[in-house]
Design a protein. Structure first.
Length: 321
């Protein structure tokens, strides 16, 4: 295909997307009936970037300028497993977040951090979709953020925050994933027929041999599958949290407060590896000044980019086994 044709095709595809037509390759959320669907519009930006790259690539190939072709080729990097990354700038709108020694509300700092991280990831990985849960000073509920990530088919979800304490001594960075107790809420045996009435049931699998009604068996199997999926998601969230914390240790000169588990609303119900990153204390007299500065933000961004690369690599290695 000639470059010209491809460019036309590109803009045609973009126009189609703008009308909310889902493509087969990527299940974009359809445009809402009420008007512009934000996720679709935001995805257009990624599509346009990708087309621009493809066009540059073809131009370089056809010009037979080996140097130019090499330059384009090396500019392209792809993550192996991660395709859609959702970044969640904590708080927003009426929800101000913490206020520390520097009089800047947390909601602005998290937004700034998310924008920087997005820009860095997009420049490095033209193929990746990097989407924010909010792009301006907007109120969003915790469950809205998670549902948005689920709806976008996110491969990972990072909720970005800065910490606060009632006293001035707390310092350092920490990464959270969902507490295990919250992962499988129905873990305790359910009351009622199947398990209580059948004898010698060791596991869900044996119920079939015992002639338990099909419907009951299916329910048990579905529950088992759902629990396994949740446990897997939780394990991967733990791995992501660990990877992030390791990279923060390398790049931020402060106290390593470790990986923690908590029952955070913004993590509940996430279908993908999901974490909360607290990259420093706004309330510490020294760190509070630092986190509002450029250097700390740069270091946090570079730690998070490497963490995402490392996590992607770990997923790829595991898949190859
Ligand atoms: Zn926060």
């Amino acid at each position: 295909m000639r470059i010209f044709d491809k460019a036309i095709l590109g803009s045609f595809a973009i126009a189609l997307l703008a009308m909310g037509t889902p493509t087969t390759a990527d299940a974009f959320p359809p445009a809402s009936v009420t008007g512009i669907d934000l996720p679709t519009v935001l995805t257009l930006d990624d599509q346009a970037r990708r087309f621009a790259y493809l066009i540059a690539q073809e131009a370089a190939e056809q010009s037979q300028d080996k140097q130019a072709a090499d330059a384009v080729a090396t500019s392209r990097k792809s993550l192996k497993k991660l395709r859609t990354i959702v970044l969640d700038p904590g708080h927003g709108g009426e929800n101000l977040g913490a206020l520390g020694v520097v009089q800047i509300q947390e909601k602005y700092l998290t937004l700034e951090l998310a924008y920087r991280l997005r820009k860095e990831l997009q420049q490095k990985y033209p193929d990746a979709r990097v989407i924010l849960t909010r792009y301006w000073d907007q109120s969003l509920s915790l469950s809205d953020r998670v549902h948005f990530a689920n709806r976008m088919g996110a491969d990972i979800f990072l909720s970005l925050h800065y910490n606060a304490a009632p006293h001035q001594h707390a310092i350092g960075f920490e990464t959270y994933f969902l507490a295990a107790d919250e992962v499988t809420p129905g873990k305790q045996e359910k009351k009622g027929k199947p398990i209580a009435t059948s004898q010698n049931v060791v596991s869900g699998m044996e119920q079939r041999g015992l002639g338990v009604e099909e419907g009951v068996y299916n329910d048990a199997l579905l529950t088992l599958k759902r629990d396994l999926a949740r446990e897997n998601q939780n394990r991967e969230s733990g791995l992501l949290a660990e990877t992030i914390q390791q990279n923060l240790v390398k790049r931020i000169d402060s106290t390593d407060r470790g990986v923690k588990q908590a029952n955070f609303g913004v993590l509940r119900g996430a279908l993908m590896p999901a974490v909360v990153v607290e990259s420093g204390f706004l309330t510490h007299p020294v760190e509070g000044e630092k986190v509002a500065g450029e250097k700390h933000r740069e270091n946090t961004v570079s730690a998070l980019v490497s963490a995402i690369e490392d996590f992607d690599q770990r997923l790829a290695e595991r898949a190859a086994k």
